[in-house]
Each structure stands twice: as structure tokens, then as C-alpha cells.
Design a protein around this ligand. Structure first.
Ligand code: PLP
Length: 410
């Protein structure tokens, strides 16, 4: 199965894979923190800037080209997320967009009435914007607990946690720290039943599996292009009726129309050129007649390949007696993000050794999933995270396993 995946063709498209450190080609396992950037993304961004840039609103060629780019970027992301072009807005990053959306939504909340629900497993970018808004309004914050034994959210008491007066439920599709995929259908259904808004963090999901905004039934969904081979651009999809009535804090001369009304100041146009190319890069791995079909087909291939690599890594690490994997059971779906600790060693020291001797780039810490890592009670600097991307290889996985086998204990 792994033989059918066009790994050489994929790797050719990433200039950064040519980087050599300590006599090895660098193996990038830091994808969950930001993937490498596809060459076509880099070229397109440079070309946009070389060929003449402009702001929106002009009637001359470069201004009209820029306006076209914004629309194309919305259309491409809509295809990626199973949304409509009108749902899509851009910003500096997911965190900034989340604070902005939170401010807009909470401006309609009455003081001290109701509650909001977040989770203990999420990246704090999908916790703190909502908690900050709730605290400002004196509104109760409830948490869907993280269950340490299963490494999943504990959903048994969902009907109590999400109650008739819940205003908003924010949940992540996949954990950027331990890879657990949350089956959000049950949470979203309960939220809908009580009339609460559903906020979905798909930042760690979009690089790894199909996300369908309309099918999910979310009101707001976030992702970030630098996690899927593109530049640093934040993305949000918002359900149209909600978007239309949302009271956004904006400048008076700026557009009152959605989606533009959420886009503060001048957009990162070169970034949007990169977003278009990032989606096209993903689609190019798949087959089909239309963009969405190609994207779905690409996900199928990437997922199969990434899971093969992840399984090989898990099995390899499991044979090392001083390694402790931190992941959900086999029956829980996971992204190919494999987190672990090494007995007696600080996570930072392990990562330093892996980088300095073997050119293996792995990150460590809590990855801003701070509450989760606190609940897990991890010492020694938190998790060591090997995030697998579609450009990683079997050789890199084996190099990582061997490197951990050879780790020095001072
Ligand atoms: C799951 C998840 N959510 C949100 C974020 C925040 O995204 P951004 O860096 O675009 O603000 C990250 C970034 O690591 C993430 O992994």
C-alpha cells in the first residue's frame, strides 16, 4: 500500500527537504507546529510580489488581479473545507481570528446569564478566547473533561455539561498534542439540541483528514494554512446566517458585508496566493475531475501513507523499554502525531540529541495544550512530539527509532 504512494513526487515539491545538518538530510517531524512549504506556494507568492502588487478597489490590472486572488482563495478554501465561498474569511492566524469572533459573539451575551463549554484537551487558542469573553460577561465556564486513562474526552456527562442555557460549545476535531481524534458528532448534536453555537478547531485536523464544514454542522470552524504546506494565514468558516448577523468590531469605512467585514485592515494578499497554491498542492496528490474530488482522493492517499508511517513508529518506539508512549488505545482514531517521553530524561534534552546527532526535528512541551498536559501530570518538560507529514519517509521513521534506541543517558 505504501508502494503506491508517490513519495518521490511529493518530496520533490519541498525545497526545504534538501537541507542538510550533521551529514543527514533533515527529517521534519514538526509538522503539527507548522509543515514545510511546497515549492509552488513559495514561487507563486514571490511571483505575485514580483509582478506588481496592489490594494483592493482599483480599476487597474494589478488591483483587479488582487481582487481576483481574494475570491480565488475563498473558493479554494471552500473546496478544501466543504464550505461555500461566502463562509470563508482570512486573518493573521487562527488565534487572532478566534479572539475576534469571540468578541463579536459575546457582544450579544447578557451579563451573568447562561454558560459556555470548552474542553480540557484543546489547544488554548480554542479555549482562552471563549473563556476570556465569558469572564468579561460574568458567564460560567464549563469544561468537558479529559480522561487520562483513555486519552479521550469524557462524554458520559455531556447532557449535564451542555444544558439548556449553554450559549456556545468549543471543541477540537483532533488534539495537536497527542493526536486523539474526537468524534464531535455527539457533542455537536447535543449543542444543537439546546440551541448553542458550535465552534470547531480544525487546525490539527485539516492537514490529516477530510473536514466537511456543512456535514459537521458547525457554526464556526478554524484552520491555519501554515499547518498544510502554505504560508502563515489564519482561516475561518462561519455559517452564513450567523455571519450576516454577527456584530463585528470594525472600521467605519470598511465593508459591512460578510465575509469581508471580519477581515481587519489589509489582507495578506501574497499569503492568499500561497493559500490557493497550498490547496492546489494537496489536490495534486489526488485524482478527479473537480477540485473537491481531487482533494478527497488526496486525503485518502495521504491518510493511508501517514498512518502506515505512524504505526511503524509506534511499534518501533514500543519495543524500547525506557520509552513511554502517550496516546489513546488502538480503537480510538488518531492523527499520525506520536507523542512520548523517555524515562529519566528531560524532553528538551532528548530533542536536542535527536537534532544534533541525527538531524531529526522534533518539538517538545505542551504545544499550548497546557490544560491537557497538566491533567496528564507530565514532568520532565512535557511531551516529545513526532508529527508525521506526507513528505516523511520510511527511512526517516527508522532513523528516528534508531536514534531513540541510541539515546545517551548522562
Ligand atoms: C489545534 C490547534 N489549534 C489552534 C492553533 C493555533 O493556530 P495559530 O497558530 O494559527 O493561531 C494551533 C497551533 O499550533 C493548533 O495546533
Amino acid at each position: 500500500m505504501v508502494e503506491h504512494y508517490p513519495i518521490d513526487k511529493v518530496r520533490e515539491q519541498f525545497p526545504a527537504l534538501q537541507r542538510i545538518e550533521h551529514d543527514h538530510f533533515v527529517a521534519y517531524f514538526d509538522g503539527p507546529g507548522g509543515t514545510q512549504v511546497a515549492g509552488r506556494v513559495i514561487d507563486a507568492m514571490a511571483n505575485y510580489m514580483k509582478n506588481g502588487v496592489a490594494n483592493l478597489g482599483g480599476t487597474y490590472s494589478t488591483a483587479m488581479e488582487t481582487a481576483f486572488i481574494v475570491e480565488e482563495a475563498r473558493q479554494h478554501v471552500a473546496n478544501l473545507l466543504g464550505a461555500k465561498k461566502e463562509n470563508i474569511a482570512f486573518g493573521a492566524n487562527m488565534t487572532t481570528l478566534a479572539f475576534r469572533v469571540a468578541r463579536a459573539l459575546s457582544s450579544e451575551w447578557s451579563h451573568s446569564k447562561g454558560n459556555i463549554v470548552v474542553t480540557e484537551m484543546d489547544h488554548h487558542a480554542n479555549i482562552d478566547p471563549w473563556v476570556t469573553a465569558a469572564l468579561e460577561k460574568g458567564i460560567e465556564v464549563r469544561y468537558i473533561p479529559f480522561q487520562q486513562e483513555t486519552k479521550t474526552l469524557q462524554l458520559e456527562k455531556l447532557d449535564e455539561i451542555i444544558s439548556d442555557d449553554t450559549k456556545l460549545v468549543a471543541v477540537g476535531l483532533a488534539s495537536n498534542a497527542i493526536g486523539t481524534i474526537t468524534d464531535c458528532a455527539k457533542i455537536i448534536q447535543r449543542a444543537k439540541d439546546v440551541g448553542a453555537l458550535v465552534i470547531v478547531d480544525a487546525v490539527h485536523a485539516v492537514p490529516h483528514f477530510v473536514v466537511d464544514f456543512e456535514q459537521l454542522g458547525a457554526d464556526v470552524l478554524f484552520c491555519s494554512a501554515y499547518k498544510f504546506f502554505g504560508p502563515h494565514v489564519g482561516i475561518v468558516a462561519i455559517e452564513e446566517n450567523l455571519f450576516n448577523r454577527m456584530h463585528i468590531f470594525k472600521l467605519r469605512p470598511a465593508s459591512d458585508e460578510y465575509p469581508a467585514k471580519l477581515e481587519t485592515g489589509t489582507l495578506n494578499f501574497e499569503g492568499l496566493v500561497g493559500v490557493i497554491e497550498a490547496v492546489r498542492f494537496m489536490a495534486s496528490i489526488g485524482e478527479g475531475n473537480i477540485l473537491r474530488e481531487q482533494i478527497l482522493s488526496a486525503y485518502e492517499k495521504m491518510e493511508r501513507y501517514e498512518h502506515y508511517l505512524a504505526e511503524r513508529l509506534r511499534q518501533g518506539l514500543q519495543t524500547i523499554d525506557y520509552v513511554m508512549l502517550h496516546q489513546a488505545n488502538d480503537n480510538v482514531k488518531k492523527t499520525p502525531t506520536v507523542s512520548f517521553q523517555v524515562d529519566r530524561l528531560e524532553a528538551k534534552d532528548v530533542c536536542q540529541q535527536l537534532a544534533r546527532k541525527y538531524a531529526l526535528h522534533l518539538e517538545y512541551g505542551d504545544f499550548y495544550a497546557q490544560t491537557l498536559v497538566e491533567k496528564m501530570g507530565l514532568d520532565r518538560g512535557g511531551l516529545i512530539r513526532a508529527g508525521i507529514a506526507p513528505y516523511n519517509t520510511v527511512e526517516e521513521i527508522d532513523r528516528l527509532i534508531e536514534a531513540v534506541q541510541q539515546i545517551d543517558f548522562p
